[in-house]
Design a protein around this ligand. Structure first.
Ligand SMILES: [Fe+2]
Length: 157
């Protein structure tokens, strides 16, 4: 395999890729939870939440690809299995029994906030490595998750 020669040393690339894989894993778990909530939500807010959850899971699905491909561009591998994602993620997978609509919102809010905190750590790692491209990507992810968190918070405030 050809060496990666992009002006970032191997240790930096590994550290940044590891941080990105953590963000990727959190995004994957939250994507799955949001998609399952889209299917399983009930109650008077059904339509609003069904549509809102779809917007959110579609956005995360697209982001997964961008994050994983950044890991590959750094010369490292992205996780290959659900178990690997679960191990790397700081988030809990969705409960087997779907929660009430308000609890869905609360759970997603807590997860988006947790993801933002993790992304902030990854941003620190990318900055220390002078990896501007990853820095930019993670900054965009923070912005998106903070905005989603605001919208969820607004629904239960
Ligand atoms: Fe659907």
């Amino acid at each position: 395999m050809a060496d990666v020669n992009i002006g970032l040393d191997g240790n930096s690339r590994k550290a940044v890729a590891e941080a990105l894989n953590g963000v990727l894993a959190d995004t994957y778990i939250l994507y799955m939870k949001t998609h399952s909530y889209h299917w399983n939500v009930t109650g008077p807010q059904f339509h609003t939440l069904h549509v809102m959850f779809e917007e959110q899971y579609r956005e995360m699905w697209a982001a997964l690809d961008v994050i994983a491909e950044r890991v590959r561009a750094l010369g490292e591998f992205a996780p290959t299995s659900g178990a690997d994602f679960a191990n790397r993620s700081g988030l809990e997978s969705a409960d087997t029994e779907p929660p009430k609509a308000t609890d869905m919102i609360k759970n997603l809010l807590a997860d988006h906030e947790s993801l933002v905190r993790r992304a902030r750590e990854a941003l620190e790692t990318a900055s220390q490595a002078d990896d501007a491209a990853t820095d930019d990507l993670i900054t965009q992810r923070i912005q998106t998750h903070e905005k989603t968190a605001w919208m969820l918070r607004a629904m239960i405030s």
